[in-house]
Write a protein that binds this ligand. Structure first.
Ligand code: ZN
Length: 557
């Protein structure tokens, strides 16, 4: 069904809760495996319907935050979401304790049950008011940034539309654009500090109710880390510091020489060539058409996927006033449809939507026929492999988007992918600091960030903007809305780079393993899925050192 025709109906909270309680009782009372499966099928139908309506409201609110109807609906789900979550966890408790668990586990997969255990440890009815308040804070942050009106050289821009000036080929122009951005952030920093401070305290209180010392272990449970923990992530950060920071520093030095500047300032950090970053040559319609043609050629599976997406209007990619920032892929269970939300702004980021977000959507599409929804319930460290690997699998088509700028684009993409890893890891370490010391003041948090900048991005000069040196993270949505998500990009990034190395040697074998990885999704644990697809765990000793050795010749000029 086309997105515009999908009917929306607010979930009847009372009726849904009653039915969920009823299904929970039925799961508990099931006398045969068949009865348990029958209850579970009804559970899919009920929660799939709720999820579809919630996602529709969410997308339509994101598309136009000034639309009062969907703003109201969003508020409703902000409040109902935690209640629903709690009921689902209670249902999960019965599933976990079912005498038919062996039969269920055979179909649903072992991770599904482990995930229920994690959810039970992360959940308590007493958290509901706090979760609701947390949702409100997240919405407040997003609405604040969506409403940014930044004056620059006679125009007024939101954050997304300012981006082309932030990466402008003319250094003086981008310096001024960054000054405008810095001025905007300064104007809202007190409010952002206040929102974040409330979030940190709220999350810490949730953790303490559950008996944790601070939010870090609860954050891990919420990220559904079902086969690794803080120790592994810490070891990964150490590998990044030891091998990726020096590698990235070499690439930055190469870039500095290319730009012909004496030092790299914050306003140079996203600029790769003196003549400016390669930008797509076409209009948004042409980019979409090139994407469709590309996926038609890439494989039969991607052809069918992209036709489905286009025919059913499952993209909203144009930037407009009152549209929320950012980009994401989400899923509408009742229509078995992925949906992609983005903000085109004329930069290479538009093409990332066609590669990265479509990678996510492709995995969602591949699993649409799977009768067991738990198989799609992957962690983000897995999901981001699907998307980031697709960025590399589509390298061969980049002339369609960038014309003669193809080679510079590919160089920029690879350098950017590498240098992102230290940045993303810094975001992760920052959050560990923030949540393990919840008493830090906003000023101390900014100090902590500035200190991490020196460790992870030693090449970067803030050119006298001391405010930005400690506060640049305040425009990074994940830090506010999805704590501890960010490291997943780094974990997945280095796995996707393994695919890059492998496809350069044997493309069809790499693609076959990519399809295998997507189809496995959550049927098995993340680390097992990696092994099945012939990939090395990013936690394995020496993984990053070996990867740097392989990538170094590909990035040298
Ligand atoms: Zn992604």
């Amino acid at each position: 069904m086309k997105f515009s025709q999908m009917p929306y109906q607010r979930t009847d909270a009372g009726a849904a809760a009653a039915r969920l309680r009823d299904l929970t009782a039925r799961m508990a009372a099931a006398r045969t495996a068949a009865e348990a499966f029958a209850a579970h099928d009804e559970y899919y139908a009920l929660t799939g319907g709720i999820e579809t309506n919630r996602t529709l409201a969410n997308i339509r609110h994101d598309i136009d935050s000034a639309d009062a109807f969907y703003a109201d609906e969003q508020k409703f789900y902000d409040g109902f979401g935690p209640v629903l979550h709690n009921l689902q966890v209670e249902y999960g408790r019965q599933l976990l304790g079912s005498p038919f668990r062996p039969e269920l586990e055979k179909k649903l997969g072992a991770p599904a049950f482990k995930n229920i255990e994690l959810a039970l440890r992360a959940n308590d009815e007493r958290l509901i008011p706090l979760r609701q308040a947390e949702n409100e804070l997240a919405s407040r942050y997003q609405d604040l940034l969506a409403g940014a009106r930044i004056e620059f050289e006679g125009g007024v821009y939101n954050l997304s539309l300012l981006r082309p000036f932030l990466t402008h080929a003319d250094r003086a122009t981008r310096q001024k654009a960054w000054a405008a951005l810095s001025g905007y952030l300064r104007s809202v920093t007190d409010e952002i500090d206040d929102i974040y401070d409330q979030m940190v305290k709220n999350r810490t209180e949730q953790a303490r109710i559950l008996g944790f010392e601070n939010f870090v272990p609860l954050g891990y449970l919420r990220m559904q880390r079902n086969c690794y923990g803080q120790r592994e992530v810490e070891a990964f950060r150490a590998q990044v510091k030891q091998h990726f920071v020096p590698f990235a520093t070499r690439l930055h030095e190469q870039r500095r020489r290319r730009l012909g500047v004496d030092k790299l300032c914050h306003y140079d950090n996203d600029v790769y060539f003196a003549a400016g970053n390669p930008a797509p040559t076409g209009t948004p319609d042409e980019i979409m058409a090139a994407g469709r043609a590309m996926y038609a050629e890439l494989s039969p599976e991607t052809r069918e996927f992209m036709d489905f997406m286009c025919e059913n209007e499952l993209f909203d990619v144009l930037s407009r006033p009152n549209k929320h920032q950012g980009g994401y892929m989400t899923y509408l269970p009742n229509y078995k449809s992925p949906f992609i939300f983005a903000n085109f702004n004329g930069t290479n980021g538009d093409v990332d939507v066609i590669t990265h977000e479509c990678g996510h959507a492709f995995q969602g599409y591949l699993l649409r026929g799977d009768p067991y929804r738990e198989h799609a319930d992957i962690g983000m460290e897995t999901a981001e492999i699907h998307s980031m690997s697709m960025e590399y699998f589509t390298y061969g088509w980049m002339d369609r988007f960038f014309g003669p700028g193809r080679d510079t684009y590919l160089q920029m993409h690879l350098e950017d992918s590498v240098t992102f890893v230290p940045y993303g890891t810094m975001v992760d370490e920052f959050q560990h600091i923030v949540y393990s010391q919840p008493g830090l003041t906003p000023a101390e948090r900014k100090q902590a960030w500035a200190e991490l900048e020196r460790q992870y991005r030693p090449h970067l000069h803030f050119a006298g903007d001391d405010f930005l040196a400690g506060a640049i993270w305040q425009r990074q949505h994940h830090i506010f809305t999805d704590p501890f998500y960010y490291i997943d990009y780094c974990l997945a990034g280095v796995v996707a780079m393994q695919f890059k190395v492998r496809m350069d040697k044997d493309r069809s074998a790499a693609w076959a393993d990519y399809l295998k990885l997507c189809r496995l999704s959550a049927k098995d644990y993340y680390l097992n899925v990696l092994a099945a697809a012939g990939l090395e765990s990013p936690f394995a000793d020496g993984c990053l050192e070996r990867l740097v050795k392989e990538l170094e010749p590909k990035t040298k000029q």
